[in-house]
Design a protein around this ligand. Sequence first.
Ligand SMILES: O=P(O)(O)OC[C@H]1O[C@H](OP(=O)(O)OP(=O)(O)O)[C@H](O)[C@@H]1O
Ligand SMILES: NC(=O)CC[C@H](N)C(=O)O
Ligand SMILES: [Mg+2]
Length: 497
Amino acid sequence: ASDIHEGLGLLQHRGQDAAGIITCGEKGRLYQCKGNGMVRDVFDAQQLMSLVGHIGIGHVRYPTAGSSSHSEAQPFYVNSPYGIVFAHNGNLVNAAELRQFLDKEAHRHVNTDSDSELLLNVFANNLQQTGKFRINEEDIFTAIKGLYEQCHGGYAVVAMIAGYGVVGFRDPNGIRPIAYGRRGSEEAGYDYMFSSESVALDALGFRDVIDVQPGEAIIITRNGVTSRQLVSKQPFAPCIFEYVYFARPDSIIDGVSVYNARLAMGEALADQVLRELGADHDIDVVIPVPDTSRVSALQLSHKLGRPYREGFIKNRYIGRTFIMPGQHMRRKNVRRKLNAMALEFSGKNVLLVDDSIVRGTTSREIVQMARDVGAKKVYFASAAPAIRYPNVYGIDMPTPHELVAHNRTTPEIASYIGADRVIFQELPDLIEACRKFNPKLTRFDTSVFDGKYVTGDVSTEYLSMLDASRNDSAKAQRDADAPETIGLHNSFGAKRD
Ligand SMILES: O=P(O)(O)OC[C@H]1O[C@H](OP(=O)(O)OP(=O)(O)O)[C@H](O)[C@@H]1O
Ligand SMILES: NC(=O)CC[C@H](N)C(=O)O
Ligand SMILES: [Mg+2]
């Protein structure tokens, strides 16, 4: 549990709403602690001590489906067959159909609105079909192969089967990341760990890190590692937004260092700035919007030959604002998180650099803050192109009309956020900035920029349903209607927020 806990701390930037760990101790007994909150809120030393055993899984949640209820904190558990616990990163696009199937055909009870609980039950149902008293690897591969046909969307999964081992698998397009590594054990042999990002493996001393391939499944038991490629010939299209914003810079995902990709984005963005403003531009200083844009902004400033200055100071105790659940909370937190120093802005033409402009919450506040402390001109450059389409694979951008670039031209965006000029990276340049470090990657999921969904089955009906059920006011209404939902989860021990 202590390793998993540390790993979750290193993945905190991927989900701030809920956290959980389930371990498996002697006689296949499971031990659980989960609830809403950050890792530091959900676990204390005593709880960690009571999570006994040598195998386990954990999760940090950033909801993309269902509600923010405690009962949707992961990992999820089902007792049959064998006792399975399950953690999922991503989002399913055919959840409604799966819910029907589980109800009408598989006769499995699903207790929440989480898509991850559906995925678990499809897996459990497929395992059940094999009808064995004791499970074996072939059965697990068969179950996952079936799941790959049934479940559409983005999913990286770790599952634990009580007393047996841990399984990791990744959707057939490899949209969401997952890797595993090994570490010499104090006793004998190796410890193994899966992680969404290599940073957790790296920091905990796990080496020989391998990315799980799209459509592959890996089973780790006492006897070692078995892998199987279960689906092939699907386009491998990892989510490009991992490189832009989501992942930590010190992670390497699918052979591409996130840090290197961000440097390259900054370099390409400098060229774009020069194309748009000309070589005789009047930028005095380049200022990043902390945290994520720092790496790109630094490289951009080098290429532009203008100084890089930390004009915004970040409060280290405030998390990420974009992944917060409501607009009110996001807006309030931008000012809590960032403060502008007059001495870097006063009387200067500044180029603010951010990794992306999504809802415009950050950029609008930031531009105003820069002006309040005396900036002369405020240019705003984004290392990602304009985001105009919803994400359906695990980044919570469900609603086009909440996106500042939706139905707006670049000058209109500039006027909305109050900047003198906005400069966006071009999509081919963003793709090249990531692809150049691993030419084997021929494709990415770039749907938020171009509206092309790699799974090919994202209908307009689905997008309208997503918009209606997950826009900010629908989410707020749902949480207001059922603020105390506990469901099957007893939140004892996890602090309530
Ligand atoms: O246009 P918006 O809707 O404001 O979203 C974009 C902003 O949100 C993210 O920052 P966030 O504060 O989440 O995290 P960071 O500290 O990693 O940059 C991102 O880095 C942008 O700054
Ligand atoms: N960020 C995630 O991994 C989300 C998982 C799942 N879709 C949920 O909403 O709980
Ligand atoms: Mg940011």
